[in-house]
Write a protein that binds this ligand. Structure first.
Ligand SMILES: CC(=O)SCCNC(=O)CCNC(=O)[C@H](O)C(C)(C)COP(=O)(O)OP(=O)(O)OC[C@H]1O[C@@H](n2cnc3c(N)ncnc32)[C@H](O)[C@@H]1OP(=O)(O)O
Ligand SMILES: O=CC(=O)O
Ligand SMILES: [Mg+2]
Length: 562
């Protein structure tokens, strides 16, 4: 089916919502097929059952933050040592997803979904998180797209190129990543309060797709999910209960739903066993979400001026704290019988410069070889053009084995300590680092405000996680007036210096994107927001949460009911 959303006609119809549920987003007949009374009732049930738990978990995050801000550092929890030391395993891996050597990721856009499913990757992670700007239109179209993808009818007609896209006979297995616990969905009010974004994402997707998915993709299992940005196992416990609730509603076996948790916050690295334990009936492993992890390192240590990061480009997987995290993740997953997934190299193909392209591909190749040799069972690709390289690295090492869960134990990683996981990254800080953060942060935010959650910038993939690093690093450097020691000039970062950098980088952006795009895009608004966040006395928790209201579009309702 081709997706054609209706032309907006104000106030002609409203969604058929159950009691206590108010949909404030634009009405569209196509969206109404997703926002059915039954599906909304399911979302409302989830919201009512779990909102107290979610609020408590968010309060615990704030409490932990207060402790870190008073000088504490995260570490292993003595009270859950029995879980770390215990002899237990997760449920066995469903055959449909035993082989996950290359997974492609991307936002839930129609053409991207078709391209990703056809890409030759084993898995496609359809993203409502880092790669999506969660506007009402993006979210609802995303659900329509996923439903069409799961039932196999999805097509897309690119009119400018007169090209029709449809699914191949063989496609990647679909995983869906709902938003993190922290993000509200302001277009759906439940009992007068914005719904929890991830419960909307999960609830709508699950409700409409579980039956078909299990039949066609999961060989009796599924649906499959990726779970982002958790900080503690109590958050995994909520997800486990959500899954059990959904399985009960659907009348399917407990343990049908499976999820891979991204370890992408610093506190969560100390909770990997505990997270797997909570989800042991529903787990298919952990993934190294390296970009959010770096962001989280800065956020966790926002009040620790002795733990400043060097230039963003220097914080890679070669840093001791990053390597330790990846090694410990592999050991933990394999001990518990599940996949240890690698992460995303940020390089993407460079079409107009063969030499630069070869260098970019070589960086990806090296990153993937490092991952597979370390024992990872699979990895992420940001772009279809990277899949052959990722495949080659993983297949070259693993051969026909679907994964390395049983063959690579990494017992040596048992010796990794809290100090290893927290070791301060090494490297210099430069004015160019400050400039690049500023240029990337502003352009990313401008894209996000106008509906794109992942964009190519300076030949790299940028999304919410990578842009967060730019924001918090600028904040940290300004807050502590750090010396730019890589320039040899002894310059310290100040609000004044940052102000000049912003002005100059805005001029550069205008030159690079052209006057028209600069005028019609939201660069000036993005600049204001980004500057405010970088110079705020208190660090905002999330870039996207702080500016979310700018993409909320409430439509008046109740004029007539169809
Ligand atoms: C830190 C993290 O969370 S990582 C996970 C979240 N981030 C992501 O998922 C980012 C995914 N990647 C992307 O969004 C894109 O690759 C971008 C934005 C970086 C670059 O996209 P583009 O500028 O469209 O790339 P480009 O023009 O080279 O695309 C060429 C073709 O590949 C397709 N393509 C590019 N990336 C993807 C993808 N990830 N999935 C499916 N198709 C893709 C394009 O749709 C285009 O298709 P077409 O030839 O049929 O028109
Ligand atoms: O979600 C992935 C990350 O690196 O962040
Ligand atoms: Mg992430």
């Amino acid at each position: 089916m081709e997706l054609e959303t209706s032309v907006y006609r104000p106030n002609v119809a409203v969604y058929d919502s159950p009691d206590g549920v108010e949909v404030r987003g634009r009405y569209d007949q196509i969206f109404a097929k997703i926002l059915t009374r039954e599906a909304l009732s399911f979302v409302a049930e989830l919201q009512r059952e779990f909102r107290g738990h979610v609020k408590y978990a968010m309060e615990c995050r704030r409490e932990a933050r207060r402790r870190y801000n008073s000088g504490a550092v995260p570490g292993f929890d003595p009270s859950t040592k029995f879980i770390r030391d215990g002899d237990w395993s997760c449920a066995s891996v469903p055959p449909a997803v035993a082989d996950r050597r290359v997974e492609i990721t991307g936002p839930v856009e129609r053409k991207m979904i078709i391209n990703a499913l056809n890409s030759g990757a084993k898995v496609f992670m359809a993203d409502f998180e880092d790669a999506l700007s969660p506007s009402w239109e993006n979210l609802m179209r995303g659900h329509v797209n996923l439903k069409d993808a799961v039932d196999g009818s999805i097509t897309f007609h690119d009119k400018s190129r007169n090209r029709v896209y449809k699914l191949n006979d063989q496609t990647a297995k679909l995983f869906v990543r709902p938003r993190g616990w922290h993000l509200p969905e302001a277009h759906i009010l439940i009992d007068g309060e914005p719904a929890t974004g991830c419960l909307v994402d999960f609830g709508l997707y699950f409700f409409h797709n579980y039956a078909k998915f299990r039949q066609t993709q999961g060989s009796g299992f599924g649906p499959f999910f990726y779970l982002p940005k958790m900080e503690h196992s109590r958050e995994a416990k909520i997800w486990n209960s959500v899954f059990e609730r959904a399985e009960k509603m659907a009348g399917i076996e407990r343990g049908s739903i499976r999820a891979t948790v991204l370890i992408e916050t610093l506190p969560a690295v100390f909770q990997m066993n505990e997270i797997l334990y909570e989800l042991r009936d529903h787990s298919v492993g952990l993934n190294c979400g390296r970009w959010d992890y770096i962001f989280s390192y800065v956020k966790t240590f926002q009040a620790h001026p002795d733990r400043l990061l060097p230039d963003r480009v220097l914080v890679g997987m070669g840093q001791h704290f990053m390597r330790s995290y990846s090694d410990l993740l592999i050991r933990t997953c394999h001990k518990r019988g599940v996949h240890a997934m690698g992460g995303m190299a940020a390089q993407i193909p460079i079409r107009d410069d063969p030499k630069a392209n070869e260098m970019a591909l070589d960086l990806v190749r090296k990153d993937k070889l490092r991952e597979v040799r370390a024992g990872h069972d699979g990895t992420w690709a940001a772009h279809p053009g990277l899949i052959p390289i990722c495949m080659e690295a993983f297949t070259g090492h693993m051969g026909k084995s679907p994964n390395q869960i049983k063959s690579v134990k990494r017992e040596d990683a048992a010796a990794i300590t809290e100090e290893d996981l927290l070791q301060i990254p090494r490297g210099v800080r430069t004015l160019e680092g400050l400039r690049l953060n500023t240029r990337v942060g502003i352009q990313y935010l401008a894209a996000w405000l106008t509906g794109s959650g992942s964009v190519p910038l300076y030949n790299l993939m940028e999304d919410a996680a990578t842009a967060e690093i730019s924001r918090v690093q600028n904040w940290q450097w300004i807050r502590y007036g750090v010396e730019l020691d890589g320039d040899g000039l002894g310059v310290r970062v100040s609000k004044e210096l940052f102000g000049r950098v912003v002005e100059e980088e805005m001029e550069r952006i205008e030159k690079e994107v052209g006057k028209d795009k600069f005028k019609n895009g939201m660069y000036k608004e993005a600049c204001k927001m980004f500057t405010k966040q970088c110079t705020a006395p208190e660090l905002d928790d999330f870039l996207t949460l702080a500016v979310y209201n700018h993409i909320v579009a409430h439509y008046p309702i109740n004029v007539s009911r169809l």
